[in-house]
Design a protein around this ligand. Structure first.
Ligand SMILES: NC(=O)c1ccc[n+]([C@@H]2O[C@H](COP(=O)([O-])OP(=O)(O)OC[C@H]3O[C@@H](n4cnc5c(N)ncnc54)[C@H](OP(=O)(O)O)[C@@H]3O)[C@@H](O)[C@H]2O)c1
Length: 255
């Protein structure tokens, strides 16, 4: 029987990639889970698998985070007393030029990558602070150091927002962290129709390692986690290069 006093983690984008890896890792550590995504069938299969394999409680919330009502329901669940950890992970990429591309796609991207992170974190933080435990991991990206459109701008916000909250609560037991992965093998690039055949092997991260590293960094109260030595070096360089150089590199590497 699962323990009724287990702490609960809420994970957005739990059906695939990084979110799914978090679900397995946290379930293996005995946490109960609230799994959020749009695909009801995948969520149900995942919830049952985790419940049976790890003897934890699982709950699903079918929600499209571009939808205000659905997002409100997720935020409300994130504010509940049993929530110890919130992982704002749901996301996607778009492949279009800003000029000539659809506004709806850019807006949906901002709604999921920024709006949902803002609202869910805003709902969860008061309870976490009152209980002085747990925290929030916001899945950002090394793309946030670059300058290549709505995606990288949104991730720059996620990183900066998380760093600010982490600093404001540094003396408490509440941890807030931005996870900034580089290229990670998930469904992300295929869903966005991105050409990835030219990305060299050394640039690819393993999703389970990304998640394990991030949880180690979170336990150490790091405000930003950058898994992989290659990305630690690239992130350091990107933060200290002159911005005109960053702008040029960001936009010549755009596919
Ligand atoms: N993979 C990389 O190389 C990489 C690198 C840096 C950062 N990231 C970031 O990592 C996060 C996770 O991406 P991933 O690589 O794991 O991608 P993924 O394998 O495509 O998974 C994305 C998840 O987000 C959910 N999702 C997408 N749109 C949603 C919406 N409107 N409402 C609710 N859920 C939604 C998807 O579930 P449903 O389709 O079932 O809704 C899925 O569970 C993203 O924030 C991404 O920007 C990825």
């Amino acid at each position: 029987m699962s323990n009724s006093t287990n702490k609960t983690a809420l994970i957005t984008g739990a059906t695939a990639g990084i979110g799914r890896a978090y679900a397995f890792e946290l379930a293996s550590r005995g946490m109960d889970l609230v799994l959020v995504a749009r695909d009801n069938e995948r969520l149900t299969l995942l919830a049952n698998e985790l419940k049976n394999k790890f003897d934890i409680k699982t709950e699903i919330l079918v929600a499209d985070l571009t939808n205000k009502v659905a997002l409100g329901e997720v935020a409300c669940r994130a504010a509940a007393e049993d929530i110890e950890l919130v992982i704002n992970n749901a996301g996607f990429g778009i492949k279009q030029d800003f000029v000539g591309g659809g506004l709806a796609a850019e807006q949906d991207l901002l709604d999921v990558l920024v709006g949902a992170v803002l609202q869910i974190t805003h709902a969860a933080m008061p309870g976490l602070v009152a209980r002085n435990s747990g925290g929030v991991i916001n899945v950002s990206s090394v793309a946030g150091w670059l300058s290549s459109g709505t995606y990288s701008s949104a991730k720059a916000w996620v990183t900066s927002f998380s760093e600010a909250l982490a600093f404001q609560h540094r003396a408490s037991q509440v941890h807030v962290m931005a996870l900034c992965p580089g290229y990670t093998r998930t469904e992300f690039h295929q869903r966005a129709n991105m050409e990835i055949s030219t990305v060299p092997n050394w640039m690819w991260l393993d999703v389970d390692k990304v998640v394990k590293t991030s949880l180690k960094d979170f336990a150490r109260n790091k405000p930003v986690s950058v898994p992989g030595l290659q990305y630690k070096i690239l992130s350091f360089v990107a933060q200290y290069l002159p911005r005109p150089v960053v702008r040029r590199i960001s936009n010549t590497s755009r596919r």
